[in-house]
Design a protein around this ligand. Structure first.
Ligand code: IPD
Length: 262
């Protein structure tokens, strides 16, 4: 049974998702003027964060907060904080592409203990709690069981503007493409991880990522039986800005390729 905290997170994600879906329909009409659509998306994004913050901070006023739009706020309880991306996949949203999500994680003593990634356009609610498994719309999910790189699909991302990570990612691609079934770059890190958790992708990696993009997805993958580490294995993937995730069988060979030049 979901904890009270997870229920609060699910409710907030649904509410924000509803507001975003309404705005998404508008943005599809606004595509003719990308600048206009850009301003509109910024407002949609802020409104979604406002909705989530009101719910989460209203229910747990003593927890800390970090959100993509409103930044960091310490709480009276220094051990717990919400990590929130109200709209992961902003560029997809801006272009009318239905691949974006609300991402909410609860961190306790530096570890993610509850996670929600809500793909509102497809009404897929990915959830996990530490020790209780991972789910989509209440159905249990597991990472894939694929054992061969050549039959596996991997996802990656490139942060806006490259953030200096592009040469390394291009090197990764040139090494991975010939030995796998392919690489996807779909533009929403939280969903890349949710798709690894549900066995749709076999692995995911990215350099230059932010904590709010990956915090919830990290727990989804772990609770679905997969592995998640920072590309530099000694670092914490939530804070280090780099991540490699995969199913249990392929994690080692996959991570070795990604790490071979780091
Ligand atoms: C971005 C997406 C994208 C990833 C970038 C992120 P945003 O998040 O998750 O897939 O490659 O690194 O910044 O800006 O759309 O919330």
């Amino acid at each position: 049974m979901a904890s009270a905290n997870l229920n609060i997170m699910i409710k907030a994600a649904r509410k924000a998702g509803r507001s975003l879906v309404k705005d998404f329909r508008e943005v599809e009409n606004l595509q003719v003027s990308v600048k206009g659509a850009g301003d509109f998306v910024t407002r949609a994004d802020r409104e979604a964060e406002r909705i989530i913050k009101e719910d989460l901070r209203g229910a747990r006023p003593n927890y800390g907060w970090i959100g993509e739009e409103t930044g960091e706020e310490a709480g009276e309880d220094p051990t717990r904080r919400w990590i929130v991306d109200p709209l992961d996949g902003t560029t997809n949203f801006l272009h009318g592409l239905p691949h974006w999500a609300v991402s909410i994680a609860l961190e306790y003593k530096g570890e993610i203990v509850a996670a929600v990634v809500y793909d509102a356009a497809k009404d897929e609610m990915f959830t996990a709690e530490k020790g209780d498994g991972a789910f989509v719309n209440d159905r249990r999910i597991r990472v894939s069981g694929r054992r061969q790189m050549i039959e596996s699909i991997f996802a990656t991302g490139v942060p806006f503007g490259g953030r200096g990570t592009l040469p390394a990612t291009i090197r990764d691609l040139s090494r991975l493409m010939p030995v796998t079934a392919g690489v996807r770059r779909w533009g929403a890190a939280s969903l890349d991880l949710a798709y690894v958790a549900s066995g749709r992708f076999d692995g995911y990696w990215e350099r230059g990522i932010k904590s709010w993009d990956v915090a919830a997805g990290i727990l989804l993958v772990k609770e679905a039986g997969g592995f998640v580490e920072s590309i530099r294995s000694e670092e914490n993937p939530i804070e280090s800005g780099s991540i490699v995730a995969g199913n249990a069988q392929l994690f080692e060979p996959f991570a070795e390729i990604i790490r071979s030049r780091d």
